[in-house]
Design a protein around this ligand. Structure first.
Ligand SMILES: Cc1cc2nc3c(=O)[nH]c(=O)nc-3n(C[C@H](O)[C@H](O)[C@H](O)COP(=O)(O)OP(=O)(O)OC[C@H]3O[C@@H](n4cnc5c(N)ncnc54)[C@H](O)[C@@H]3O)c2cc1C
Length: 488
């Protein structure tokens, strides 16, 4: 694992970078003049989630002159996103040259920050952004963008009314309501559902089963035998973390015969796809995602090496779990190769889409169109898990089965947009396309809402520029020139 140390003069370098960012922003002066704010107490946009997606969108909206945007997050201050909790990998999967929505200010890019803090030599050495550095960058990005986040505040319900959307909030000071015209759910990988735990694990004692997204007390796993179902990067990083904390043995079980060797995500990281995924037909979007799920991607090399560094680690292929039983003292897992006994099992089985599982969406879940309703039964049967994803409009908005408009103002800027919008909302390289598209859409929709009053404001506009008619006034002479007498 590469250990990064900030340069001794990192604070001064960052201060210089911040001055450069301010100068770059000033070079595009004119952008950002506020033209829409709160109206009758209704906020134009509330962003739920202050991870990378919420932050870049907030900056992009301000640059478009959309003011009074509220950003809130259930996590305590500075802990938004997975990077300080269950992202147990040492580095991102995405190669370090990350496309990033700079909104005209390259000085606020990940690379500019990294080079300021760790130096250009360190940048040359790394292949992937370390996760701790990524979290550090996001915190700085929030500060340098002057984005205020309301921390430790959950949105517990969204209720559409004839006018605004009412958000029920719960925070350290109690509960209250906030009204918004648009709500952006920048709520991350679980934003359209939750953790997926296969049913064959449901009957085990609760304290013997964990999901890799859980807050796991790894010290308590010391001396225990751990079985992990699933073989993505998270499986290997959780295996390594358990072994680093003294687990007696850890097995990772993969259904496939071999680790995938191709990552379709590497193909996807180009501007043409990121900007234009939305022009795919529904059939193309479906084929794209069914293929992605089937091919999957390899676990990262770092995660594999990290787990394989232990003699007590095993990677078992062609090893689906056919039966799981609580024996009274441990867990017996039946596979084609035999029966394995574990004290605790970890589900590295990702997430499932199910809008009704999200408290904030519970009141609208039954009305929202899903992909299954836009597919033939044969197509939906290719991947029922994907077919349960919400079908979104081109503005990331939910679509109301009964044709109502309010749901289209709830924008899924999270993993739920995976089929409708591709990688634009939930993969770092896609944010540049997603945030640009969503910011433009919100601007367009708010302009359309306010077009009558904006036109009236324009027609009534009477602020004089202050031009003067006649010759340009000459500056008063400092002193009359002295006449020189001629003697001739
Ligand atoms: C372990 C892991 C590793 C990943 N590695 C990569 C990678 O290498 N490259 C890549 O491109 N992508 C990666 N991803 C995918 C993606 O980039 C991350 O999930 C990323 O964190 C998504 O950012 P986000 O802003 O959308 O959501 P998050 O960073 O998850 O932020 C969402 C925020 O919403 C808040 N929230 C949720 N519900 C509510 C609510 N009801 N009320 C208030 N707040 C709420 C949460 O507290 C959270 O802080 C990874 C994902 C995971 C889980």
């Amino acid at each position: 694992m590469t250990v990064l140390t900030p340069l001794p003069d990192a604070p001064a370098r960052l201060a210089r970078l911040e001055r450069e960012a301010a100068h770059q922003s000033a070079l595009s002066a004119g952008d950002g003049r506020p033209w829409v704010g709160a109206r009758d107490g209704v906020r134009p946009v509330v962003i739920v989630g202050a991870g990378q997606a919420g932050l870049v969108l907030a900056r992009g909206l301000r640059r478009r002159g959309i003011d009074d945007v509220v950003v809130l997050d259930a996590a305590p201050a500075g802990a938004a996103g997975p990077w300080t909790t269950y992202a147990r990998m040492h580095t991102l999967r995405t190669p370090k040259d990350i496309a990033w929505p700079t909104w005209g200010t390259p000085a606020v890019s990940p690379r500019a920050w990294f080079e300021a803090v760790y130096g250009t030599a360190a940048w040359e050495q790394i292949e992937y952004f370390p996760t701790t550095a990524w979290q550090g960058f996001l915190q700085w990005y929030r500060e340098v963008s002057a984005i205020t986040v309301v921390p430790a505040t959950h949105v517990t319900a969204i209720t559409p009314t004839d006018g605004p959307l009412d958000l029920a909030l719960e925070g350290p000071d109690g509960t209250w309501t906030l009204s918004a015209h648009h709500v952006v759910l920048a709520t991350g990988i679980e934003g359209a559902g939750g953790r997926s735990i296969p049913s064959l694990l449901h009957d085990l004692p609760a304290d013997r089963v964990r999901h890799t997204h859980d807050d796991i007390d790894f010290a308590a796993l010391a001396g225990l035998r751990i079985g992990i179902l699933g073989a993505g990067t998270g499986a290997f990083d959780n295996a390594a973390t358990a072994l680093e904390h003294g687990a007696a043995l850890v097995d990772v079980h993969m259904r496939r015969a071999a680790m995938p060797q191709v990552s379709p995500y590497r193909w996807m990281e180009f501007a043409g796809l990121i900007e234009n995924y939305g022009t795919f037909t529904d059939a193309q979007k479906w084929a794209f995602n069914v293929h992605l799920s089937a091919v999957d991607q390899p676990a990262t090399q770092n995660a594999l090496w990290r787990a394989h560094a232990f003699d007590t680690f095993r990677f078992l292929t062609s090893s689906p779990w056919q039966g799981v039983e609580w024996t009274g003292s441990d867990i017996a897992v039946t596979t084609p190769h035999g029966i394995h006994h574990y004290d605790v099992v970890l589900a590295a089985t990702g997430i499932a889409s199910d809008l009704a599982r999200r408290p904030e969406l519970a009141r609208v879940a039954a009305d929202a169109v899903l992909w299954s309703e836009r597919l033939t039964p044969e197509a939906a049967a290719q991947n029922p898990g994907l077919a349960a994803f919400p079908y979104l409009d081109d503005d990331f908005g939910l679509v109301d089965r009964a044709g109502g408009e309010a749901l289209s103002r709830i924008h899924m800027f999270n993993h739920g947009a995976r089929i409708s919008q591709g990688m634009l909302s939930h993969q770092i390289p896609g944010l540049v396309g997603g945030a640009t598209k969503l910011a433009a859409a919100l601007s367009r929709r708010l302009f359309a809402r306010d077009s009558a009053s904006l036109l009236a404001e324009y027609l009534a506009y009477d602020v004089p520029v202050g031009v003067q008619i006649g010759r340009r006034a000459q500056p008063a002479a400092a002193e009359a020139p002295t006449a020189v007498a001629s003697s001739g």
